[in-house]
Design a protein around this ligand. Sequence first.
Ligand SMILES: Cc1ncc(COP(=O)(O)O)c(C=O)c1O
Length: 352
Amino acid sequence: MEAIQSSWISSTGKFIDRFEREFADLCGARTALSVSNGTVALHLALLGLDVRPGDEVLVPSLTYVATANAVRYMGAEPVFIDVDPATWGLDPRLIEASITRRTKGIIVVHLYGHPVDMDAINHLAAVHGLWVVEDAAEAHLATYKGRPVGGLGDLGTFSFYGNKIFTSGEGGAVTVNNPQMEVRLRALRGQGVDPARRYYFPITGYNFRLTNVACAFLCAQLERRDQLIGRRREIFALYRQLLSGVPGLDFQPEAEWARSAPWLFCLLIDAAKFGVTRDEVQTRLAAQGIDSRPFFIPLHTLPPFREGSRQRGEKLPWTETLAATGMNLPTYTNMTDDDVRRVAGAIVELSR
Ligand SMILES: Cc1ncc(COP(=O)(O)O)c(C=O)c1O
């Protein structure tokens, strides 16, 4: 209300500065830039890193399409790597085999809130002279060895879409440690303007800004972050308790060095043991008015990417297994324990 009543509703105002400061602190980064959405955050990061046509960028295939689309916006090629079954994120052991003379960097995705093994990935990146972007769209305030995600690579990107833990409807952020990179990204975000000279544009930039109103929503949620994340953790714990021990059901692993962000509760269904396939579970839940999501369709099988992937001979067995058997159950802060019991009960019933 304060943002609206102040009449500062566009991309200037005190909530923008406050959000960027507070979010950077929470991510252990030097600074954060608010942007229009998580896809734009990735695009801005790759613009900042000066990705060029013909470059190759290593990405997981088990992710939302925006991760690879941003690479394509630069005229570059996403090269897909399989995930590690222990984290569901990029498997560091598979990276070296995919590096070519054209490889410029790696985008890791902290998938479904679980951080990837950043030390292993940063080490490989340093050895091969590559940059690392953390796509932390789904992993708000997750920690890796006690350190928050977003400050662990060269750049971090976040989404504040409506289904995320913190949301402004549409929104995103880029977290940055390097001061020169910060200057470059701020210019690119704001049409390339020279901060010292109004209407002077030394480079071609973009309008990737977020509004003061959106940042006010985010500031308000950061004030309540312990409560919001705490409630989601309770929902996760209750789902786990109610669904444990059911043959054929499995959950998202958590590495001992990781603290995942409780984004969407993940369930794996082994149809041979459970008696019903993942797709059938979704259909039968939908018939009872319960919405759910399948895991992401592997990007290397989608029309824009599959020919390139085939030519490179990519094999991604873990990606394909997880994508075929995984689903997300309803997860939102206002969900009551009875809601969770109803969803879990409906699933248990299907196994009978
Ligand atoms: C891993 C990942 N990257 C990027 C995005 C893109 O964010 P947005 O929808 O805010 O553009 C999303 C989700 O929405 C995502 O899950």
